[in-house]
Design a binder for this molecule. Sequence first.
Ligand code: HEM
Length: 159
Amino acid sequence: MNIPTNMKSNSSYLLTLLVIFSSFALFADAAPEKKGRQPAKAESLYHRIGGQPAIDATVEVFYKKVLADKRVSHFFEGINMKKQRAKQKAFIAAVLGGPNPWKGKDLRRAHDSLDLNESHFNAIAENLQASLKEMKVDPKLIGEVMAIVASTKNDVLNR
Ligand code: HEM
């Protein structure tokens, strides 16, 4: 590189470069919105709850409770619970705003042969709520999750 002969030393030359580059950087960042950048979105419930690890741990606790609950355990006889846990983890992650869309069956089709009623639905919802509590999820976030679960009721009960 050709250093101009009128520069007194390498260090003053580097200082000049630094000043030029930093003022350019300041100028470039002056109006981010004009360059199509958006302010950060409010964090998804998926992230606020602790992401996939928190969901995975909750679903493990949830199915322990469900299988021990005589009101609903018989529905899961003959079901591959390893697959069922994996599906439920993926489903909950997706509906809470996680990064991957749900690719399984829609809830109507997944439950239409089970002849479910309101008390079955409430038992499952109760077990999920108790699992979230056991995982020490913030009560406000539990409320948000349970509102989403409640919104699936008509599909799950095929109404
Ligand atoms: C509370 C809301 C509920 C949600 C969000 C939910 C979610 C799901 C999901 C995501 C699947 C997997 C679908 C697939 O195979 O792709 C599934 C399957 C299943 N669910 Fe639910 N469920 C709910 C309520 C219930 C209730 C109330 C019962 C019974 C008491 C139940 C029993 C089952 C059973 C037995 C399967 C397995 C079906 C099969 O593999 O043939 N679910 N559920």
